[in-house]
Design a binder for this molecule. Structure first.
Ligand SMILES: [Zn+2]
Length: 357
């Protein structure tokens, strides 16, 4: 696996050398493909926030309909993690979420033979709906983690944009795990994450859930937290419970008892979830879905939009000085990406699979 990543990184290097012209054309194409939200929509307003609000952390609403105050940024680098796709500015979360990521990164390296986490999207600085990629991730209690282990070297900001996703699925086969990429360490990582009492559920591809059902021989108490979902074949999605005292956070109904290796999983292996939507009746009026406005979110979200910002990214970075000290204990092969008060303009955004949850 390490070799594959080294190979991918070297390919990225060669591609970069191959010419900036090609890259900029590609970026332009990507930008053209993106559907921009209308001005004034919740996606446009929350997507424009570059810094979180001052004050303590507070989620408002539900995972797929809400916002957050007092977010903190996951440092771009930790002893056992590297944050990816920094240009998206989505490494903001409730500190309870960030501490789960920190703990998972440490435990997985120590006990599970997983060298470290590549952390994908958490949330926007003030949460809220995003214009691409996710239905949830709105209140700082959801985080995506790659199913690719962290490489031993520190990646540059450019490498973190360009490292391709690796699917765990076999190409040209229906919901089948690729034995050349899936390892027992993947299984241990998922069950480690599921073992934390704060973790509410974890979304994985149905093929991954089935693989876990078929092969996990350890304690299956938390296997039910792994929930089959569309996509999620190159990353998994950790959702934590509403933190204690977060009275404006709307909890999700708990997962059903049992390991989930039952009819609810078997359904994914039928035609039903993959059938094309029925064409509308010829005489039906086309329905244009209305965009979500801030007024559709919990009332507190209008105040979150208007609230003053923290002074800088550094001022709101999780762990503060101690995280930086922890990093100096584990020296990086390359300097960490410069990413503090000056956030880069939005660069090319990878074509991510929309999450269905
Ligand atoms: Zn996600």
């Amino acid at each position: 696996m390490a070799f594959r990543i080294a190979q991918a990184l070297s390919t990225i290097g060669k591609l970069a050398l191959a010419g900036a012209i090609g890259a900029s054309i590609m970026a332009g194409d990507l930008a053209a493909q993106q559907k921009q939200p209308s001005p004034g929509s919740a996606k446009a307003i929350f997507g424009a926030a570059t810094l979180p609000t001052q004050g303590g952390p507070q989620p408002f609403g539900f995972y797929a309909k809400g916002c957050m105050a007092g977010a903190e940024a996951l440092p771009t680098d930790g002893p056992n993690w590297q944050a990816m796709r920094l240009s998206r500015n989505r490494r903001w979360g409730n500190p309870a979420m960030l501490s789960v990521l920190e703990q998972l990164s440490r435990d997985a390296a120590k006990y599970d033979g997983w060298p470290g986490l590549l952390v994908g999207d958490i949330a926007q600085p003030r949460g809220g709906p995003m214009f691409n990629g996710h239905a949830s991730h709105q209140i700082g209690l959801d985080a995506d983690v790659w199913l690719t282990p962290m490489p031993s070297q520190r990646m540059t900001a450019e490498q973190r944009e360009a490292l391709p996703f690796t699917t765990m699925l076999q190409k040209n086969a229906f919901l089948t795990i690729n034995p050349n990429v899936w390892t027992p360490a993947h299984a241990r990582l998922l069950m480690r994450a599921a073992s934390y009492p704060q973790v509410e559920r974890i979304f994985v591809n149905p093929a991954i859930k089935k693989k876990m059902c078929d092969t996990w021989t350890g304690d299956r108490t938390n296997l039910g937290k792994l929930r089959p979902e569309y996509g999620h074949d190159s990353h998994f999605h950790i959702r934590i419970k509403c933190p204690p005292g977060a009275t404006s956070c709307k909890p999700q109904a708990p997962v059903a008892a049992g390991d989930g290796c039952d009819q609810s999983l078997a359904w994914w292996f039928t035609k039903a979830p993959w059938a094309a939507p029925k064409p509308p009746k010829p005489d039906a009026k086309p329905v244009k879905p209305r965009e979500v406005m801030v007024s559709d979110l919990p009332n507190a979200c209008a105040a979150v939009v208007a609230a003053p910002s923290v002074a800088s990214v550094r001022a709101a970075t999780f762990g503060g000085v101690s995280a930086a000290e922890a990093l100096s204990v584990a020296p990086a092969a390359e300097p960490a990406a410069a990413n503090d008060d000056e956030l880069p303009d939005v660069g090319p955004i990878p074509d991510d699979k929309p999450a269905a949850q």
